[in-house]
Structure formats: C-alpha cells, structure tokens
Write a protein that binds this ligand. Structure first.
Ligand SMILES: *[C@@H]1O[C@H](CO)[C@@H](O)[C@H](O)[C@H]1NC(C)=O
Ligand SMILES: *[C@@H]1O[C@H](CO)[C@@H](O)[C@H](O)[C@H]1NC(C)=O
Ligand SMILES: *[C@@H]1O[C@H](CO)[C@@H](O)[C@H](O)[C@H]1NC(C)=O
Length: 642
C-alpha cells in the first residue's frame, strides 16, 4: 500500500515535471516574440488621497476605465530621491541607505559612490533583452556638472538636470551623457511630451520589446531665487502651462475630517506643536492645490498622446502601461503646511493604475503593494525574473492570474514605512524647516477585515490608527488609539515592525516566517492565537536610543534575527568623493545667481504644438555654467524636501 502510493506520487511528479518542462518550453518560445512592452508614466509628488486623478480626463479614459486602479499602493519612504532609489533597486531605504535628497545621505553622487547604479532595474531589463529608455527626472543631483557620468543601463536617456529640474519654464536636459542643452521658450512637461512621443515612434521599429519610463517633474513645487536677495531661495506652487493657468478657479483641497482640524488627533513629535492654520494659510493651500491640478493638465495631455501613438502603432494590446508617482503629498491635513515626508496616508499612499493584457478593465483593487515590488513585477511580466538579484526586498505583485502563481510573491498584508530627519521640511511656506524630529518606523498592515497604521517615533511616542477606508473606521487618522489597544495586540504589531524595520529579501516579503520559522502563521488573525501571547510578550520592543537624522544601525538596535540576516550585513557606506566635487570652490551668492541666470527663466512660455520641431529650440548650456562647480544644494537648490 505504502509502496503503491509512493509509486503514484513518484509517477505524478514525473508527469508534473514533464508537463512543467513542456509548458515552459512553449511559454519561452512564444514569449520570445510576444514579450510585452512596458510604458511607465511616473509623476513627482502626486497625491492619491486628495483626488488629483479625477482631474485628469485622459488618465480616466485610457487608464482608469481600461485598466485597474490599485487603492493600496505605497511609497515606503516619502521623499523623491530615496523613494526613486528604492524603486530602482527593489529595496527598502534601510537597505539602500539613501535616506535623504542630497549629500551626505542621498543624491545621485552618493547613489554612484555606493555602487547602487551598478545593479538595478534598467540593467536587469537590458540583460533580459529589453530596449530601455528614460525621459525626465531620475533623481536629485543629476546636474549640469555630472552629466558625463550618465546612469548606466539606458539605451536611450534624456535626463533633466539640476539646478533647473524644478523650474517649469527652463527645461535643461542631457541626452545619453552628451553636453547639456536647454529649450528656449518651452514648458518642461511639453518637452518631455514631445520626447516621449518621438521615443515611442522610434521604438516601433526595434526588434526587442521596450521599457519606456517617462518621468515629468510635475506637479512638484517650483524653486525660486530672488535676484535682489540671493539668500532668499524658496519654493512656490507649481507653474502650469499658460493654456491651463485659469482652470479650476473654484476648486479647493477636499475638506476631509483631518483637514486643519479643531482638535489635533495626530500628535507625535512636531505634529503636537502645529497651530491651527488661519484663513490666509488655508486659502494659500487651496491655491497650491489648484496649481497642482493645473500643472497636471500638461501631463494628462501627454498621456493622451502616448496612448494614441501606441494605438496608431498597433502596440496598445501588447503593452503594459503603469501610472504612478514617487511619493504622495499633503496640504493642510493634520494642520500641516504643504509638503511630504510624514507617515500620514496622504504622503505614502500613491496612485497606481495599470492597463494591459490580463488586467481587468474599469476595476478597482485593494491589493496591497509598494514601490519596492514594481521592479520585480516588471521583470516577471518580461518573463525574466532570473535577472533579479537574490537580495531584492520586493516581490511580484499578483496583478494577473499568471503572476498569482509566481514563486516570488510580494507581501499583500504588511510593509513598513521609514524616515530619518532632524527637522521637518515644509514647502512654499515662510518657515521651510520646523524643529522636530521626523524619524519614525511605521507598520502598515491590511487584511480583508483590518487596516492599521502603527508607528514608533524616535521620540519614544507611539501611534495606532484604525484605518479601514472602505468601511469608514478612521480613514483620516484623526484618533490615535494606541493607549486603548491591548498589550497582546500591540505586541503582534510591534513584532512585525521589529522584523520589517531591518528586513532583507525574504523577511520583507514574509515577516511571519522569520518570527515563526515555519509556514503555520501567515496573517494577523492567526498570530492573535492565545497560545502565542507569551512568545510575543517576550520579544524586544522597537525603539531608538536617540533621534538621528540618518540611518544609524546601532541606534535602532535590537534587530530581530540579526544573526539570521547577518550574512548580508548592511553595505558599508564609504562614500568616495566625486572627483569633480573635490575641485569645488566657494562661490559667493551673487555669482551663483549670475551663473544660474545664464539660462533664462521666463515667467511664461508660448503654446506647445506636439508636432512642432521642438528639438530645434535646443541651445547648448553655456560653458561657464558647466565648468564652474557649485554645490547647488548648499544654496538650497534641491533641499526643500524634494
Ligand atoms: C492675509 O494676508 C494678507 C497679506 O499678506 C494680509 O494683509 C491679511 O491681513 C491677512 N489676513 C489674515 C486673515 O491673516
Ligand atoms: C509600426 O510598426 C508596424 C509593424 O512593423 C507597422 O505595421 C506600422 O505601420 C508601424 N506604425 C507606425 C505608425 O509607424
Ligand atoms: C548610512 O549612511 C551613513 C552616512 O554615510 C552612515 O553613517 C551610516 O552608518 C549608514 N548606515 C548603515 C546602516 O550602514
């Protein structure tokens, strides 16, 4: 009997093996011809929670109505450069150690110094035989000085350059590591629009499938420098294209329960000290909101063009189109001036809409996912997951029935959000930095009947919000219920955060498995079994020794499973100086303004015609600007929480 069943099992697995081999064979020969293209449209600072997508008719028509909107997609570090690097590497910020927008904890030079650009998304896609293409803003610190060190892995790239990245009417680009050019009398999004259309046209004639990432800076705020007072560097609401500047005159920031509340329900760290905003301030937030919606109109026009172009080329049905943003944004929620970087939902929950083969049309999904999982998902769609390194933290998001079977599943229940800063940065505001530590770890845990946000701040404060947005518990995080919660419940959440705050690879995808070393426990309801009370009570608690503005491993000890994870201990952050940076010299502010002004910053530009020969407006960037090495960030050019 026993022998018989073994024999049956053996023969069954043999059949499976044969079937597996043959279907794999069919799959790979079919996919050699039919691997999908991927178009990734990626905005900067676009919110999901304040309804910005509703004001984008082409996004509605081509993406929302023809694809699936994912309501639970998150950026896990809510600021541009760290979030982009996490996406490019499929790694949480505690593993990239890119935790800020500029030196010494972030920026493009540090990205290179840490070797992060030697092993990342475009190189994996290239190895998989894709044509890789990038247009727009990659990350902070790609500039008029370091353009020669073009990011690796792009067959075609057209990079936006600092210090003009955040100036809407002064588009400055370097194409494929060539000397920078600026476009006269042009609006940045329109130039990206023209370049993206031209790229698609060209890609119609390539043998291999393509990956095209289009990354406009809109609706990010604009940087301004006062020529009469060079120290007066600040930011202002985004500048729309002329043709959009009068739209939406009556629109205001949605007055949700957390908008400038009478009673401040979110009180950790600096939140506790935020006074209620006055009418002038809320008027200004409404103006900022309208400016953002107006700036997004040029993005929406581009979306329309790119879909029409794909359709004309007969490629629409073989292309996945992803739409997302690097991080979210807040305007007045919990009494805040404009900005991001906090752990509130407005800052971390970002748009994700996907259209393509096997994706339901007009659907809304509450599947949980994060930016770390986009790269593995692209590779899985390209049938090339073998090109992913073993250290990747993200997993495959089960967006199609084929990907539901993929062995490298992303967690669809838990992830952590993290941040490190000594101050909190506001935008378009008189006080750009408020004192108050902005260093925290946040667990997000979402299941069929639960949705919690649990945070530990470096100040020792805790937060617990019962979010559940569909059934309306506290979607706006107005009540911190940490003190009302039972110890046994908090012990579970804290244990998950303990694992996730320093997780690597599999422990990020399945923190329960590290806690229980087996597959028996796989969700919060299972872990709440009474039998496990003692186990969870004995685990150390997440804590900081003191507040720091960067990721200090010792300061955040203990780390659960240190020994298990030690095999891949954090890469030592020895930053070699960029050779050009070492020649850096102090430039008095007036010289800086003069240099910056070598490229005109017009207040407005003419109307854009998609079919214009816009490349004829390209002019070389003056030599003096390229050659005079300036640490622009030192003068505030890209330090405003961007
Ligand atoms: C709003 O600001 C304007 C100009 O800065 C000022 O004149 C006015 O008094 C302010 N109003 C309130 C209600 O603070
Ligand atoms: C795109 O390429 C396809 C296949 O080679 C061709 O049939 C089609 O005419 C091209 N379309 C455009 C707009 O270039
Ligand atoms: C992150 O980088 C900073 C600055 O280079 C360094 O001091 C810190 O030790 C690094 N953290 C880890 C965990 O490697």
């Amino acid at each position: 009997m026993r022998f018989l069943s073994l024999a049956i099992i053996a023969s069954l697995s043999l059949i499976e093996l044969v079937q597996g081999q043959s279907s794999q064979h069919v799959l790979s020969s079919a996919t050699e011809k039919k691997r999908p293209n991927i178009l990734f449209i990626f905005t900067d600072d676009q919110d999901y929670r304040m309804d910005s997508l509703s004001y984008m008719p082409n996004v509605q028509k081509y993406l929302v109505d023809q694809g699936t909107t994912y309501t639970n997609h998150y950026a896990t570090v809510s600021v541009c450069c760290p979030s982009r690097v996490s996406l490019l590497r499929g790694q949480f910020a505690h593993n990239t150690n890119i935790t800020h927008v500029m030196e010494p904890y972030g920026g493009y030079d540090r990205f290179n110094a840490l070797g992060l650009g030697e092993d990342y998304l475009p190189l994996w896609l290239q190895a998989a035989g894709y044509s890789t293409n990038y247009i727009g803003k990659l990350m902070n610190g790609v500039s008029v000085h370091n353009w020669e060190t073009a990011p690796k892995g792009w067959d075609y790239q057209d990079q936006l350059l600092d210090p003009y990245t955040y100036v809407y009417n002064t588009p400055v680009f370097s194409k494929d590591g060539q000397s920078p050019v600026f476009y006269e009398n042009s609006y940045q999004t329109d130039i990206i629009h023209g370049k993206a259309k031209a790229a698609l046209k060209k890609l119609n004639n390539t043998e291999e499938p393509f990956f095209l990432w289009v990354s406009p800076m809109a609706p990010h705020g604009q940087f301004v420098i006062n020529p009469n007072d060079p120290k007066d560097i600040t930011s202002e609401p985004p500048i729309p294209a002329q043709r959009h500047k009068n739209l939406f005159q009556d629109v205001k920031v949605p007055r949700t329960a957390n908008f400038n509340p009478d009673v401040q329900g979110k009180t950790a760290s600096y939140f506790n000290d935020l006074p209620k905003l006055d009418e002038n301030q809320t008027d200004f937030l409404d103006h900022t909101y309208r400016s953002r919606l107006r700036a997004l109109q040029a993005v929406d026009e581009m979306v329309g063009t790119l879909f029409q172009q794909l359709e004309e080329q007969g490629q629409l049905e073989d292309t996945y189109i992803f739409y997302s943003a690097d991080n979210g944004y807040h305007l007045g929620q919990h009494r805040t001036p404009a900005g991001k970087t906090t752990n509130m939902e407005e800052d971390i929950n970002v748009p994700l809409i996907i259209r393509g083969p096997g994706i339901a049309k007009g659907a809304v999904s509450d599947l949980v996912s994060t930016h770390e999982s986009l790269a593995p998902t692209f590779l899985a769609l390209a049938n090339a997951e073998d090109k992913l390194p073993s250290w990747i933290d993200g997993g495959v998001i089960p967006i199609t029935s084929a990907l539901k079977q993929h062995p490298l599943q992303a967690s669809t229940e838990t992830f952590s959000v993290e941040f490190w800063s000594d101050v909190v940065a506001w935008e378009n505001s008189e006080t750009l930095f408020s004192p108050g530590a902005n260093t925290y770890k946040t667990l997000r845990i979402v299941g069929p009947n639960y949705d919690y946000s649990y945070a530990v701040w470096c100040t020792g404060e805790h937060e617990l919000f019962d979010i559940k947005h569909l059934s309306q518990n506290d979607p706006y995080q107005t009540q911190n219920i940490y003190k009302q919660a039972t110890d046994r419940f908090i012990n579970r959440l804290d244990a998950l955060l303990l694992v996730l705050k320093s997780c690597k690879a599999e422990s990020c995808r399945n923190p329960w498995k590290i806690l229980h070393e087996q597959d028996k426990i796989g969700s919060l309801p299972q872990a709440l079994s009474k039998d496990l009370d003692d186990f969870y009570a004995t685990l150390p608690k997440v804590k900081y020794d003191h507040c720091t503005g960067y990721y200090d491993y010792e300061n955040e000890a203990p780390h659960f499973g240190d020994t298990a994870l030690a095999a891949e201990s954090p890469k030592q952050a020895t930053v070699v100086n960029n050779p050009r940076k070492s020649q850096q010299r102090e430039v008095p502010p007036q010289n800086i303004v003069d240099l910056f002004s070598l490229i005109p910053v017009p207040e407005e530009t003419g109307e854009f015609m998609v079919d214009d020969d816009f490349e004829s407006r390209a002019r070389p960037v003056p030599e003096e600007l390229k050659e005079t090495i300036v640490d622009w960030s030192k003068y505030g050019f890209y330090s405003f929480g961007s």
